[in-house]
Design a protein around this ligand. Sequence first.
Ligand code: VGL
Ligand code: ZN
Length: 201
Amino acid sequence: MSTIHLDAGDALLVIDMQYDFLPGGALGVTGGHEVIAPINHLIELFAAEGLPIVASRDWHPQDHCSFGAQGGPWPPHCIAGSPGAGFAAELALPDDAIVVSKADTAAVDAYSAFGGTDLAARLRARGVERVTVCGLATDYCVLQTASDALEEGFDTLIVPEAMRAVDVAPGDGARALDRMVARGAVPVRLGELGMTALSVA
Ligand code: VGL
Ligand code: ZN
C-alpha cells in the first residue's frame, strides 16, 4: 500500500459532523456516528503536521428554504444555535479549527462548504493546494464540497471510510463516490495517509 505524504499544501475538510446528521438527529444518517473515530484519526494526522483543519456546518434559519414547510425536501435540521446544529462532542476538533457556516440565510441552500462562503480564498491565503474531504453526507454535502474543491483548482482526496450517505435512493452514496472520482477526486484509505518523511525523521 502506497503512502500519501501530507505536506505544507494540505488541508482537511470535515463536513457537517453535527448532531442532526447523526443517528437520532433530525436528519440522521445511518452509521453517521461510525465516522467520528476515523475522522479523529485524520484530525490527529493533520494537527500533528500543523495543517489547516476546516469544519463546515449547516447553519439554517428556522424558515430555511430546504425545509418541508417552505416546499423543500428536508425536515427542519441544523437550526443555527440549536443543539442539533452542534458538532458531535466526540469529534476532536482542535481549538484553531476553521469553522465554516453555510446556508445561513432563508432563501439559499448550499450543500457545499464552498457555497456562498469565503473558504476557497481562506485556503488559498494559507497556501493550500490539496484538500482531504470526509464527513456527512456522502451524497449531498460531501459530494458538492469535493466537486467544488476540484472546480476551484484544489487537488482533492476523499476518504470513503470516513463518510456515510443519506441514500434516499439505494446506491446514492456509491453513485456519489463514482461521480467524485469521475470529476477527479482520488479515493484514499485512512492507512495510506502518512506524515512527511521529514517529520518522521
Ligand atoms: C445535508 C441534507 C440537507 C448534508 C445538508 O450535510 O449532507 N444534507 N442539508
Ligand atoms: Zn441542510
